[in-house]
Design a protein around this ligand. Structure first.
Ligand SMILES: [Zn+2]
Length: 236
């Protein structure tokens, strides 16, 4: 069963008038399950998990088409992942229904300095009987700011702003050099804040496995099934 981002990609492809060519000129055949060339397919490794938290991706127009989009990886791992294309002028009624669904307690994840202080929270405190739903803006930074400003249905949601110390702990653990996060890393941090350490670790490892397969494919090198990332994924 294709996941939410896969379905959104298919719908977006059906609407496009000219074929989308990924930057970097990947023109080879790709696996529809993982977007990699068949020789580097990672579908057999996909770790799908039932989590209490859900993820709602609001994706900028072109985002589902990018073979390197990492929202896809969230949908691989987190079973309750929802994905919607964002447009300023129209809103999918299914998105509004999801945000109004009483089982979910939505948080829009965004830097606190862009929101009124009374909306900003730094912890995931969920009311009894509710599940946290992380609304992530999957876009470039300038698109994400526009989406945040021009989506009135987000205005009433609390803004979950990731604490610098959480971010730097994550950066250290991942031995990264900067704190510009991709969407799946933001989701991994949110899962951690929601007390889902294992799902967070699996998603981090899954991103690294994807990156390994992607880079090896680009360089026309074989996959190392015992790479550090693969070992970490298997250890979860
Ligand atoms: Zn595949």
């Amino acid at each position: 069963m294709p996941h939410a981002v896969s379905l959104l990609r298919a719908a977006r492809l059906a609407r496009s008038t000219k074929p989308f060519l990924a930057r970097g000129g990947f023109k080879r055949e790709r696996c529809t399950g993982c977007r990699l060339v068949p020789s580097h397919c990672m579908c057999s490794l996909r770790p799908s998990m039932a989590t209490r938290a859900g993820v709602c991706l609001l994706m900028a127009d072109i985002e589902p088409l990018k073979p390197s989009n990492t929202g896809w990886l969230i949908a691989d791992v987190v079973r309750d992942t929802f994905a919607f294309g964002w447009a300023r002028t129209e809103t999918d009624p299914a998105l509004l229904a999801l945000l109004a669904d009483p089982q979910w307690q939505p948080f829009v994840v965004f830097p606190g300095e862009y929101a009124a202080p009374e909306r900003v929270v730094q912890d995931v405190a969920v009311d009894e009987g509710k599940r946290p739903l992380f609304v992530l803006l999957d876009a470039t930074w300038s698109e994400a700011r526009k989406m945040f400003r021009k989506s009135p249905y987000l205005d009433r949601l609390p803004v979950l702003s990731l604490r610098p110390e959480e971010v730097s702990r994550y950066v250290l653990r991942r031995s990264r050099r900067d704190d510009h996060f991709c969407t799946s890393e933001v989701a991994a941090l949110c899962l951690q804040l929601a007390g889902e350490a294992r799902a967070s670790a699996v998603l981090s490892a899954w991103l690294d496995v994807f990156t390994h397969h992607y880079v090896q494919a680009r360089n026309q090198l074989p996959v190392d099934a015992d790479s550090e990332a693969h070992l970490r994924l298997r250890a979860q």
